[in-house]
Design a protein around this ligand. Structure first.
Ligand SMILES: [Zn+2]
Length: 121
């Protein structure tokens, strides 16, 4: 079924399938490029904090470390930002495990943090 439609980007009228929203592949490409740019700009500052957090964990764990307990003060000194995580879950001991990409961290005791590398085999 073809319908008279208006391009979502340039507003030009066109005819096409009912699920078609752009008049041309060019308009479609420009639209998605703009959407991507807006998303990149909006997420850049938080991405930077998350990437930095992961770098700190990687530095501590090295290339192969699987699990490591360390004083929380070490993360504090490196200005680890505890507020930014990629996910979390409550484990069987009712402790919150915080994910930063492929690493996790949890408060182990008052002064200690337990860091783990995920998907290690
Ligand atoms: Zn168009």
């Amino acid at each position: 079924m073809t319908l008279k439609r208006k391009c979502k980007l340039c507003q030009s009228p066109f005819t096409g399938r009912s699920d078609k929203i752009f008049c041309s592949p060019g308009c479609k490409a420009i639209y998605h490029q703009k959407l991507q740019q807006v998303t990149n700009t909006a997420t850049a500052s938080i991405d930077k904090i998350l990437h930095r957090n992961r770098s700190i964990l990687l530095e501590i764990m090295g290339k192969t470390g699987v699990s490591k307990k360390l004083p929380k003060s070490i993360l504090d000194q490196k200005r680890f930002n505890y507020s930014y995580i990629t996910g979390y879950h409550i484990n069987s001991q009712q402790k919150t495990v915080h994910y930063v990409y492929d690493f996790s961290w949890m408060i182990f005791s008052d002064q200690e943090i337990l860091i783990k590398r995920l998907h290690s085999s």
